[in-house]
Design a protein around this ligand. Sequence first.
Ligand SMILES: NC(=O)C1=CN([C@@H]2O[C@H](COP(=O)(O)OP(=O)(O)OC[C@H]3O[C@@H](n4cnc5c(N)ncnc54)[C@H](OP(=O)(O)O)[C@@H]3O)[C@@H](O)[C@H]2O)C=CC1
Ligand SMILES: O=C(O)C(=O)[C@@H](O)[C@H](O)C(=O)CO
Length: 273
Amino acid sequence: MQYFTLNDGHRIPALGFGTYRLNGSAGATAVEEALQNGYRLVDSAAMYDNEGAVGYAIRHSSVPRDQIFVTSKLMGKNHSYELAIKQIQESLFRMGLDYLDLFLIHWPNPKKDDYVEAWQALIDAQKFGLVRSIGVSNFEPEHLTKVIKETGVTPAVNQVELHPYWSSKETREFDQKHGIITEAWSPLQRGGEAFKEQLVKDLAEKYHKTPAQIILRWEHQLDIVPIPKASSYAHQSSNLDIFDFTLTDPEVAAITALDRADGRRLDPAEVEG
Ligand SMILES: NC(=O)C1=CN([C@@H]2O[C@H](COP(=O)(O)OP(=O)(O)OC[C@H]3O[C@@H](n4cnc5c(N)ncnc54)[C@H](OP(=O)(O)O)[C@@H]3O)[C@@H](O)[C@H]2O)C=CC1
Ligand SMILES: O=C(O)C(=O)[C@@H](O)[C@H](O)C(=O)CO
C-alpha cells in the first residue's frame, strides 16, 4: 500500500475501503475480507449504523490495529460541542477501539451554521487523544475558509463526492493549496454510467485493466484518496490493483474533462446529514 502524509504528520493509505450499506454480520465479513485483501483504510460513519460491524471486523482481523486507518464521522444532529464529544466517545465504544485514526464532520449543514462549533470539538477530541487526525467531509471552499479563519486549525482531510462526472475541481484546488488531502466518495460513481464512457472503455483495453481500475487510477494520479466500496471479494481485490500502470497526462486530462455541470449527486448546501 502507498501512503500520503497528512498536514499533522500522520500517514494515510492512498486508497481505502468504503462501508456505506455494509451492515451486520455480512458487513463485518466484507470488512474482514477487505483487510485480508490488503486494504488498510476503512471508512465508516455513525450515519451508516455499522460502527459495530466495522469495529468487530477490525478487532478480529489478523492485521494489527496499528496498521489499520479507521475513520468515522459526526452526524449533523451532533454539531454542538457537548454532543460532538459524546458522539466520538460513543463511536469509539461501538467500535470497541481506544482511538480513531480519523474523525470527520460528515456534512457542513450550512443552513444550521454550527459546523465551527463542531470543528472546535474535534480539535479538542484530538488533544484528548480520542482521535489521531481530524477533518471534514463535503466542505466547500467557503466552509473550509470559515473553520480555518475562526479556529486557526486546518482540517487534515476533506472527503467529497468525486468521480469522472464531478471532479470537484474548485474544492480539490483549494484543498491542495492548503495542504488538505482530498478523499473521493463514490469514486466509482456507484458503478454507474462512467463505466460505459467510450474513453474509459478504450483506456481499459489499452492498459488491460477494468473501467473501475482506470477511474481509480485517474483519482490516484490527481493525488486523491479514493475509498471504493465493494461487497464482493473480486471487486475488492481488483479495485486495489491500480499501482502497476500510469495514465499519461493527456489521458488524465481527458477523464477530468468528462466533468458535467449536473454530475454531482448530493449538494452540500442542501443536505442535512
Ligand atoms: N462523506 C460522505 O458524505 C459520503 C461518503 N461515502 C463513502 O464513500 C464510500 C464509497 O462510495 P459509494 O457511494 O459506496 O460508491 P462507490 O463509487 O464506491 O461504488 C460502490 C458500488 O460500485 C460497485 N463496485 C465496486 N467495485 C466495482 C468494480 N470493480 N466493478 C463494478 N462495480 C463495482 C459496488 O458493488 P458491490 O458492492 O456489489 O461490489 C457498489 O455497488 C462509501 O461506501 C462511504 O464509505 C459515500 C457517500 C457519501
Ligand atoms: O454515505 C454517506 O456518507 C452519505 O452521506 C449518504 O448521504 C449517502 O451517500 C446517500 O447516498 C444518501 O442518499
